[in-house]
Design a protein around this ligand. Sequence first.
Ligand code: AHR
Length: 307
Amino acid sequence: GSGQDSGASRQGGGSDQITLGFSQVGAESGWRTANTKSVQDAAKEAGIDLKFSDAQQKQENQIKAIRSFIQQKVDAIAFSPVVESGWDTVLKEVKDAGIPVILTDRAVDSADTSLYKTFIGSDFVVEGTKSGEWLVKEYEGKPDPVNIVELQGTTGSAPANDRKKGFGDVIAADPKFKIIASQTGDFTRAKGKEVMEAFLKAHKDIDVLFAHNDDMGLGAIEAIEGAGLKPGTDIKIITIDGVRDGMQALADGKINFIAECSPLLGPQLMDLVKKAVKGEQIPTRVLTEETTFTPEQAKAALPDRQY
Ligand code: AHR
């Protein structure tokens, strides 16, 4: 609220300054680091007082942070939900306090959409679809079975659920594509490596790796090289994000295809926050624009890549 109460509770800033509570997932990936920087830089640029909280990939930490934002009487709350389910209670508390909520990057599965003003971020299903479409093209006219292993993102998270679905639906059209193993790598490099090592031990005939983000793919590359195989050649690799290290691996031929997911949500988020606090009408869904990259396209894009 911009009334007298919240004005009096603010320290320093004039009564017009907006205070935004932001609960971030964690620092699990290169994407997340770039996203945090984008949010922090954009808040500064917009003159918004940002209360930033890192949940270390735990929903309970996010719920605590959100409750503390309510107590601090922030003007708006934005958060990137670790998982999709289990938000109704705390979101009702925020609504009762009259504080607008903006979902950033990841969605919640709450049936009551009045619990938040808008959702800004990617269409994760489309990222999975694009990944599947590349694979179908790559193996066009080749009748042999294609054995796929999948490194899923954080269990229960919107990007893991949606990317799995988008990819799975496309490849289901041809029974030669078989997902022979699928496990979470928590969106981290370390876990991606560990799980890929286990996949390689259990399966001698892996043709393709689909990793739900670059970081897990990069960890898996270490495992593949450690097993004496050539990533990108012996095992084709598809990842999602397009962070610098991923793009470099793509340019080097160790990754074969990346579906982009943009972390640069900060400037648009701050615009939405300002409007929501003023009570202006805002669209209920703001989609991020993104593309895909082949090795050639990665080489061309790398010099200007911001993250
Ligand atoms: O929610 C977006 C996903 O979270 C990114 O693809 C992944 O790298 C991050 O950890």
